[in-house]
Design a protein around this ligand. Structure first.
Ligand code: ASP
Ligand code: MG
Length: 420
C-alpha cells in the first residue's frame, strides 16, 4: 500500500485533474490511497462564506454560487455529456450546503466553519473521482469522515488514533485505488465534520500511511521538491535530494512551508519514507525524507518569515526579569493567540518575536504596559538558518540591522529590521 497526496494548486483546473490521471496511470501503484485537497483557493473562498453567513451578510448566497459555478465550469471542461452523473453529485452537495445553512442553529464559529469549509474537499474529490473512473482507473471514492476520527476541537481536530486505526482498517480494503479527502475528519461522538487545521491534507496522508503501514507517502507539488531556501527571496537555492526526519521536522517547525509540520512524526515513528515530487514532471525524483544523513547535499538552509513582531520588555522598577514576570508574559501571549517564534532573556530584559496572526497586538501591548516597559518593533523579518556557513549568513542578512541573534546547535535565528 502506498499513499499519494495532491494539493489544491495541482487540482486547480481541468488540466490539473487530467495530470492527476496521467500520474496515477504512469505510476501504476496499487493498492493506493489518494488524498486530494480542495481545488485552488476554494478553502479561502469558503472561509468567506462562513464569515458572511455568521454576519448575516446578504451576499452569502452569491459567494456560494460563485464557488459552485467555478467547480461546474471545471466539470463541464472534463465531462462532455450534460447528463453525466457528476453534475447530479455536485447538485446534491449544493443541496447539502444549502440545507445546513437553512437549518443550522449553532452559532459557534469553529463548528460552523468546519461544516461549511468541508465542502471544498467533498467537491474536489467528487469531480476528480468521476474523471478517474471515466479514464479507466479502478478507483473508489471514500468519505474520509468515516475513516479519520477526532475530538470536538473544531478547526484543529485532534486525531483519536485508536478509533481512526480501527475505522481505516475497516473501510480501506479496496484492492485498487481509494480516493479520499484531505483535511477533514469527523468527531467521534456525533459524526459532525471536523477539520485538521489549514493545509492539513499532508497530515491526512500521513495518518493513512501510519494506520495502513504504508510503504511510502508521496506529496505531488507544484515545486521540484524541497529547496534549501525560497527561490523568490534567495539566489543559488538547491534541491535537497534527501532530508532526515529530524532535519525535516526542524525545517517544518521553523516555517519551511513545503511540508506541514504535523505530517512527519507519524511517518518517523514507523520509518515510512516521504517523497515530495513535482506534479508537472513525474519522471523527476524530487526530495526523499527518511532515515539517513541530515541533508544531501549538505548545504545551509534558510527559512524566512516576514511581518513578525519583536517585543522587548524590561521591568518598570529596574528589577530583574524573574520567573514570575516571565510566567505572566507567557500567559498573556497565550491568551492573545500570539504564536511565539523566538525568545531570549537577559538579566533586565526579555525579548520575544511573535507572529501576530490574529491582529491582537494592540491588546497585548496594553496589557504588557501595565507591568513592563515595552518596546515594539512591529515589522521585522525572522531568518532561521540551519547548518549555515559564515558566507551564507552574511549574504542572507544583506547588510540589514540585526536586532537579535540566537544560536543553538545547528540553528541560527536572526531578527532583522524591516521587511522586503
Ligand atoms: N484545503 C485545505 C486548505 O487549503 C487543506 C489543504 O489544502 O491541505 O487549508
Ligand atoms: Mg488547500
Amino acid at each position: 500500500m502506498k499513499v499519494y497526496k495532491f494539493g489544491g494548486a495541482s487540482v486547480k483546473d481541468a488540466k490539473g485533474v487530467k495530470q492527476v490521471v496521467n500520474i496515477l496511470k504512469l505510476t501504476d501503484k496499487e493498492p493506493l490511497v489518494v488524498v486530494v485537497s480542495a481545488m485552488g483557493k476554494t478553502t479561502n473562498a469558503l472561509e468567506q462564506v462562513v464569515h458572511s453567513y455568521l454576519s448575516k451578510d446578504p451576499d452569502c448566497e452569491a459567494y456560494i454560487s460563485e464557488i459552485f459555478g467555478m467547480h461546474l465550469s471545471i466539470a463541464r471542461e472534463l465531462f462532455n455529456k450534460p447528463s453525466h452523473g457528476v453534475f447530479e453529485a455536485i447538485t446534491q452537495l449544493r443541496q447539502g450546503l444549502s440545507d445546513f445553512i437553512r437549518q443550522n442553529k449553532a452559532t459557534e464559529h469553529a463548528f460552523v466553519y468546519d461544516q461549511i469549509v468541508s465542502y471544498g474537499e467533498l467537491l474536489s474529490t467528487t469531480i476528480v473521482a468521476h474523471y478517474c473512473v471515466d479514464s479507466g482507473l479502478n478507483l473508489r471514492w471514500q468519505d474520509v469522515r468515516q475513516c479519520i476520527k477526532t475530538d470536538a476541537t473544531y478547526r484543529e481536530g485532534v486525531v483519536d488514533w485508536p478509533a481512526t486505526q480501527k475505522a481505516i482498517k475497516q473501510t480501506i480494503n479496496h484492492k485498487g485505488i481509494t480516493l479520499t479527502q484531505g483535511f477533514l475528519g469527523s468527531e467521534t461522538k456525533h459524526n459532525f465534520s471536523t477539520t485538521l487545521g489549514r493545509e492539513g491534507s499532508d497530515y491526512t496522508a500521513a495518518i493513512f500511511a501510519y494506520c495502513l503501514n504504508a510503504l511510502s507517502v508521496t506529496i505531488w507539488k507544484d515545486v521540484p521538491g524541497v529547496l534549501s531556501a525560497d527561490p523568490r527571496f534567495f539566489k543559488d537555492t538547491v534541491l535537497l535530494e534527501h532530508i532526515s526526519y529530524s532535519e525535516a521536522i526542524e525545517l517544518a517547525f521553523y516555517g519551511a512551508s513545503v511540508i506541514h509540520p504535523k505530517t512527519l512524526q507519524p511517518l518517523q515513528r514507523k520509518e515510512i519514507p516521504l517523497f515530495v515530487r513535482p506534479f508537472n514532471d513525474p519522471a523527476a525524483s524530487g526530495t526523499r525524507v527518511g532515515p539517513g544523513p541530515d541533508l544531501k547535499p549538505q548545504v545551509g538552509c534558510i527559512i524566512k518569515k516576514e511581518q513578525q513582531v519583536l517585543i522587548q520588555l524590561s521591568a518598570l522598577d529596574f528589577n530583574f526579569m524573574m520567573e514570575d514576570h516571565i510566567g505572566d508574559v507567557f500567559k498573556w501571549l497565550h491568551s492573545f493567540q500570539m504564536k511565539v517564534e523566538l525568545i531570549q532573556n537577559s538579566a533586565i530584559s526579555f525579548s520575544v518575536c511573535v507572529d501576530n496572526k490574529y491582529n491582537r497586538l494592540p491588546d497585548l501591548v496594553t496589557q504588557l504596559q501595565q507591568r513592563f516597559q515595552v518596546l515594539v518593533h512591529p515589522k521585522v523579518t525572522l531568518l532561521t538558518l540551519r547548518h549555515a556557513s559564515s558566507k551564507l549568513i552574511q549574504s542572507s542578512t544583506q547588510g540589514r540591522d540585526v536586532l537579535l541573534r540566537q544560536e543553538s546547535g545547528n540553528t541560527l535565528q536572526l531578527v532583522l529590521q524591516g521587511v522586503d
